[in-house]
Design a protein around this ligand. Structure first.
Ligand SMILES: *Cc1c(COP(=O)(O)O)cnc(C)c1O
Length: 415
């Protein structure tokens, strides 16, 4: 391909005329649909640039930015996969809603873990990672112009998925003083009239906050009152340090107005495997399945059969041991930060530490200084939304010794 075809972005229509096209611009640049330009700008550009420059300059960068476990997939899962992959029965297309054993295992997990009863036939749909399901859900249920309520700070896919479905994003701010739970009574009535879908996520990325059952009860009542489907993203349900975080489906009648996303990615260090499921409201799942059946031809059956075994071990020794590893890392990070004078709270769940910036500095300034002066990468809260500019996120996906090294460097800085 000629290098000038790589120019990206939208150019005014008249430049499509070859006679008036500026030098170096050729017709292929118009290939991008205008909806792509509606995606929010990538806010970590500057930090990314600085990080790459530091690494290229040979500096010893410690990376707390990435939300992807550094630990390998648990051994018993690898063993099971080795068997499953050599069985020819696992080599063909499978239904995009998932094969029966996987859906039954997902239903069993919901029962054992949360005491929630779901029908594996009609109330479970397999997903190629929960991101896939979150991404396709608005296409399945949102009409052009419908409002989608999106929490901020939050996982960016809620917004991009809404844009791809020509929905309208209404940002719902989460604030530290509310324990990062949304104020439901703050959402304007005219917005509620047009709202079709509400994304929630607890345990939360990036704040690590957990929801109370009391909040989930309010959310379900709210969904029912305003005819809004609540889509609860529960990707971190099994990585917690105290009380097990609840499912929104534990609320009586929740299935009338909620679906929930579960993923094996974080619990079993399986991010690259792409295995997850959605459960709850049957019609919403059927709509999602209708989209999926036109786009994917099912999850690799060997992965599904392996996931059946993995799901049985959601509270098994491998997960317990992994939680203990995260806890040690958190202790090193947080006690180190506290000693250095930072105001920090322990996360109840997830592998994120959501840390308040030193007084007088915003998250961009703190992230830039940590990188420039300590070779430590964190994510500035401002990238997640305007109510998060006083916080930075550390992913605890760094070994104990490297976490200690980072702390030693951070402790030398004064603010
Ligand atoms: C990691 C993550 C996901 C995506 O997980 P996959 O199942 O791997 O697609 C979804 N939601 C949140 C909040 C996450 O942090």
């Amino acid at each position: 391909m000629r290098s000038d075809t790589l120019t990206i972005g939208f150019t005014p229509k008249q430049t499509r005329n070859p006679l008036v096209r500026p030098k170096g611009v050729i017709a292929l640049i118009h290939i991008r649909a205008s909806r792509l330009s509606k995606l929010p700008p990538y806010l970590f550009v500057e930090i990314d640039r600085l990080k790459r420059a530091a690494i290229a300059g040979g500096r010893d960068v410690i990376e707390f930015g990435i939300g992807d476990p550094d630990l390998p997939t648990h051994d018993f899962i690898i063993d099971r996969m080795s068997n499953a992959i050599s069985d020819p029965k696992n080599h063909n297309y499978s239904p995009s809603v998932g094969c029966a054993p996987f859906r039954e295992a997902a239903a069993k997990y919901m029962g054992e873990r949360f005491g929630v009863s779901v029908d594996p036939e009609t109330e479970v749909v397999s997903l190629l990672g929960s991101k896939e399901g979150i991404g396709h859900l608005p296409i399945a249920i949102v009409n052009p112009g419908d409002v989608v309520l999106v929490p901020s700070p939050g996982y960016p896919v809620y917004t991009s998925a809404t844009i791809f479905a020509d929905g309208e994003v209404h940002t719902v701010p989460l604030r530290a003083e509310d324990g990062w739970l949304p104020r439901l009574d703050e959402i304007p009535v005219d917005v509620l009239k047009r709202a079709k879908l509400f994304f929630l996520n607890y345990p939360n990325n990036p704040t690590a906050a957990c929801a109370t059952m009391d909040f989930f009860e309010q959310a379900v009542a709210f969904g029912r009152e305003h005819d809004i489907l609540i889509a609860h993203d529960c990707a971190y349900a099994d990585i917690f340090f105290g009380e097990p975080p609840p499912s929104i489906l534990q609320v009586d009648g929740a299935k009338d107005t909620c679906i929930e996303f579960h993923s094996l990615s974080k619990t079993f260090n399986m991010t690259g495997w792409r295995v997850a499921f959605a459960t709850g409201h049957a019609e919403a799942l059927a709509a999602l399945a209708a989209v999926k059946s036109n786009l994917d031809s099912g999850m690799f059956r060997a992965v599904q059969m392996t996931a059946v075994e993995a799901l049985k071990q959601f509270n098994g020794p491998n997960v317990t041991e992994q939680i203990a590893i995260y806890r040690k890392r958190i202790d090193i990070l947080l006690s180190g930060l506290r000693e250095a004078g930072w105001d920090v709270e322990s996360p109840p769940a997830t592998f994120f530490a959501w840390v308040r910036c030193p007084a007088g500095f915003d998250s961009m300034q703190v992230a830039s200084r940590l990188l420039a002066e300590a070779d430590v990468v964190v994510v500035p809260g401002s990238g997640f939304g305007p109510t998060a500019t006083d916080f930075i996120r550390f992913s605890l996906t760094v070994s104990e010794s490297r976490t200690q090294e980072a702390i030693d460097r951070i402790a030398k800085l004064s603010w």
